[in-house]
Design a protein around this ligand. Structure first.
Ligand code: BGC
Length: 428
């Protein structure tokens, strides 16, 4: 296939028009309702046992934010008027960049993983004071109460044995005990989406949806009529939503993943997968690039910052040319190849934002079918924060679906929401 024909075919494979978006949002609502009633659904609809914050939460807390290969620990002070003062912050990788250790791999142990976290908590929590601990754990968990959650299964290609099926709070508590950390008392364990929503709702009570668009993807919302009898934030685990049409490249990526068939939406929209999806397309279609075919066959995983710079590229496409030269060793690409690679980056970024918008549309309509009032979706994550046009693409899709009413739906960045949210949840 000539590059121009490939481009036409990719545009078709990766575009999601307004009609498709509306169908996605309808199917999303249907699965939300089924999941809430405990019926078959790809949306897990997990209760969080947290409602909205009152804004009156106060005191010194430790927050652990564990959702990817970098863990963050915060010591925070909650003050009047929604003020959150972060007194200390520590970040560390669970996977050593030099390969010395990897707490996320198949050879790691749960004990080592949680000992490593307890060790860092000890450093940030001065002696002589007692702290409540809020723990953001950003994987699908069956929540038993605000401080008890069982990991259903790992996502984001984590493999640490001995954690799935276990109570996460108990694993951390045991590690704190081994470290003699009686001064730190676990009080809450929440998903990062819930943390993001809480952080934003702490300041603006009309925030009714929280989402992460980063390495992974997921959305939660405040369900006013929860079957458990009180309003409650529900972690939908929407990364697992399956009411979508796979392109042939999504199918290849899925097949090669740790859990084929799972996390269908996440694999189409999240940072961990987008660079791999671009790699999959370029490798699969390498033969279209004539003399450069063998270089495209070896295309590496495209990094997030490379994807971002290609999306923003214009003129003679210097960022795309730099990618082809530095990572594929192609020094004199044809202008057609450059254009195709740049367009592909844009198509993938745009599709990600539009699919997410389709799920937001369903969520808002589940709460307020006619969109009669203001809604705020608080979003954290590298894609939302850094990917060029991401928010604009979400907004455009909402407008295509709802016309003027889309103005009642605000999307806001809730930076560091997952960590701060754990602090608020501990104090709630
Ligand atoms: C996890 C969710 C999490 C999301 C964002 C997904 O892989 O299953 O629990 O909220 O990533 O971190």
């Amino acid at each position: 296939m000539a590059p121009s024909a490939l481009l036409t075919s990719l545009e078709k494979e990766f575009s999601v028009d307004a009609k498709m978006l509306l169908a996605i949002s309808r199917e999303f609502i249907r699965q939300m309702e089924a999941g809430l009633l405990g019926q078959k659904s790809s949306l897990k609809m997990l209760p969080s046992f947290v409602g909205g914050p009152t804004g009156k939460e106060r005191g010194a807390v430790i927050a652990v934010d564990f959702g990817g290969t970098n863990v963050r620990i915060l010591r925070a002070e909650l003050g009047a008027g929604g003020a959150v003062n972060i007194a200390a912050i520590d970040r560390f990788p669970l996977k050593d960049p030099n390969g010395k250790y990897d707490h996320t791999g198949a050879n790691a142990t749960a004990e080592h993983l949680f000992d490593c976290i307890a060790e860092r908590i000890a450093k940030i929590a001065p002696e002589g004071k007692t702290y409540k601990l809020g723990h953001t754990f950003s994987f699908p968990c069956r929540q038993l109460s605000i401080d008890r959650a069982v990991l259903i299964h790992w996502t984001k290609e984590f493999k640490t044995p001995g954690v799935e099926g276990q109570e996460i709070g108990a694993l951390l508590e045991a590690a704190l005990k081994r470290r003699g950390l009686d001064r730190v008392v676990p009080a809450a364990i929440i998903n990062d989406t819930v943390g993001t929503q809480l952080t934003a709702a702490f300041k603006d009570p009309e925030v009714d949806v929280g989402s992460i668009c980063g390495t992974g993807h997921n959305t939660c919302y405040l369900e006013p009529k929860h079957p458990l009898g009180r309003p409650m934030i529900v972690n939908m685990e929407s990364g697992n939503f399956d009411g979508l049409t796979h392109s042939k490249y999504d199918a290849i990526l899925d097949k090669a993943s740790d859990r084929p068939g799972a996390q269908k939406l996440e694999k189409m929209v999240a940072g961990y997968y987008l660079g791999r999806l671009m790699q999959t397309v370029l490798r699969t279609e390498a033969r279209c690039f004539a003399n450069d075919a063998s270089a495209f066959e070896k295309c590496p995983v495209v990094e997030g910052r490379e994807l971002d710079s290609m999306i923003a590229d214009s003129g003679d496409f210097p960022a795309t040319r730099a990618f082809l030269k530095d990572r594929l060793g192609i020094t004199a690409p044809t202008s057609e190849s450059v254009f195709l690679v740049q367009r592909l980056a844009k198509l993938l970024g745009k599709r990600a934002a539009r699919l997410v918008a389709g799920s937001f549309a369903g969520t808002i309509q589940k709460i307020d079918p006619e969109i009669t009032r203001r809604h705020v979706i608080a979003i954290d994550g590298s894609l939302y924060e850094k990917m060029p046009n991401y928010d604009a693409n979400i907004r455009e899709a909402l407008h295509e679906m709802f016309g003027q009413k889309a103005d009642r739906i605000e999307t806001v960045l809730a930076k560091d929401g997952s960590g701060v949210g754990a602090a608020i949840a501990a104090a709630v």
